[in-house]
Design a protein around this ligand. Structure first.
Ligand code: SAH
Length: 379
């Protein structure tokens, strides 16, 4: 047990582990050790973000998709999906309603829908930014060329969510058709970062064929990319996909990984996702207590919500935006956190948050980073 806790301590101090150590951490986890991890993760997030929880208004503006990801309910081959697109006016109406409710980030998410050309997307982004200059616009519209990302960034997009889905090539090929590659997904993420977006990667927990080695690969890739945001949530099967009969991911492992990611990237914006709230009624609250600091309620018009079904039984499909806002506020208050009205940009961790944890005698080993100033921890 103490060797195991030492791994968590090492993660808190160094921000990463070796591949084999991540495997040991995952394999040996228990309820007690998870509590130890969550306490450290909370201490880190409190030092940087206090008890604030940022909210992002999710606008699911199209469920047309040219891709055929095996896990996703809006994949091209799902002929049963009832397809829709929101007009620019409908999108702006969602923003107007959201702004009144205190949202200062709008996330435009959709399938990869060729109808929304770069020009159409740029027009929508410009319209939102001119009406709400104090708000951030986040895009989550899949893989594009560097040139397209550049145009959208110039139009005013601030952030981009593109989960890498899995950082293991073989696993990637089991979740996607051959036309989609991990190499291109990674290329997109590096281009986005280079273009000055705040970038989010991430993966599904418990996706089919995922094992601990895949997760260790994911964690090491996240460390390498050093994103501003990480989205993880449990895989949940959708009945009209090839993975209809697969098992969902667990809350337990999702929470554990939220804690690990908080220790790896202290300033990361980390949502307690809707998928986590779908597999357990207290999933989002537990996510916050494990180290998450973002929630993403739905601002899509009510009549399209049941059509944006990435997975079965998705929550909040019958509620109005205002109801979601009140419900989440209550949920956050119930665990001692506040839902805040703020853009909620990434805060790079500062030295001022740093407290020493290792005795001075242990930190003069001459190795890289042995400067006492460098070898401090956030908890
Ligand atoms: N087309 C965009 C948005 C995809 S939907 C893109 O490619 O980025 C956002 C995320 O939902 C996906 O990245 C995926 O990780 C997640 N998702 C899709 N199907 C899911 C399922 N069955 N269970 C849980 N999460 C799922």
């Amino acid at each position: 047990m103490s060797g195991y806790l030492a791994l968590i301590d090492k993660l808190a101090v160094e921000g990463t582990l070796e591949h084999g150590e991540f495997l040991a951490l995952l394999k040996g986890r228990s309820e007690d050790t998870a509590q130890y991890l969550f306490e450290k993760a909370r201490a880190v997030r409190h030092a940087i973000y206090g008890r604030d929880v940022y909210m992002r208004g999710l606008i699911e503006f199209t469920n047309y998709c040219k891709n055929d990801c095996f896990y996703c309910g809006i994949r091209r081959s799902n002929r049963e999906a009832d397809r829709y697109r929101l007009t620019p006016e409908q999108i702006l109406d969602c923003c107007a309603a959201g702004y009144k409710l205190g949202f200062r980030t709008f996330v435009l998410q959709g399938g990869e829908d060729p109808y929304y050309t770069d020009e159409r997307m740029a027009d929508i982004i410009r319209a939102i930014k001119s009406r709400y200059p104090d708000c951030a616009v986040t895009l989550s519209i899949g893989e594009k060329s560097r040139e397209s990302y550049r145009l959208l960034r110039e139009a005013g997009a601030d952030r981009y969510l593109l989960r890498h889905e899995t950082a293991n090539d073989e696993h990637y090929a089991k979740l996607h058709p051959a036309s989609l590659t991990l190499a291109n997904r990674k290329r997109c993420l590096y281009d986005l970062k280079d273009l000055g977006y705040q970038v989010g990667c991430g993966f599904m927990v418990g996706s089919p064929y995922q094992n601990d080695a895949c997760i260790a690969d994911d964690l090491l890739f996240i460390k390498e990319l050093d994103p501003h945001m990480v989205g993880i949530g449990p895989f949940i099967p959708h009945h009209q996909t090839p993975f209809a009969a697969e098992k969902p991911g667990t809350m337990e492992l999702t929470l554990f990984l939220l804690g690990v990611i908080r220790l790896m990237l202290p300033g990361v914006l980390l949502p307690a996702t809707t998928a986590l709230g779908t597999i357990h009624t207290q999933g989002r609250e537990q996510g916050i207590l494990a180290g998450a600091n973002v929630v993403m309620p739905n601002l899509s018009p009510r009549d399209v919500r049941t059509k944006y079904m990435l997975y079965d039984n998705k929550i909040c499909t019958g509620d109005e935006a205002a109801e979601c806002r009140v419900c989440l506020q209550r949920r956050m208050e119930s665990i001692g956190y506040n839902l805040t009205v703020a853009r909620g940009d990434y805060i790079p961790p500062q030295r001022s948050f740093v407290l020493p944890v290792i005795p001075e005698s242990n930190i003069t080993d001459g190795k890289e980073g042995s400067d006492p100033e460098e070898r401090k921890c956030y908890v």
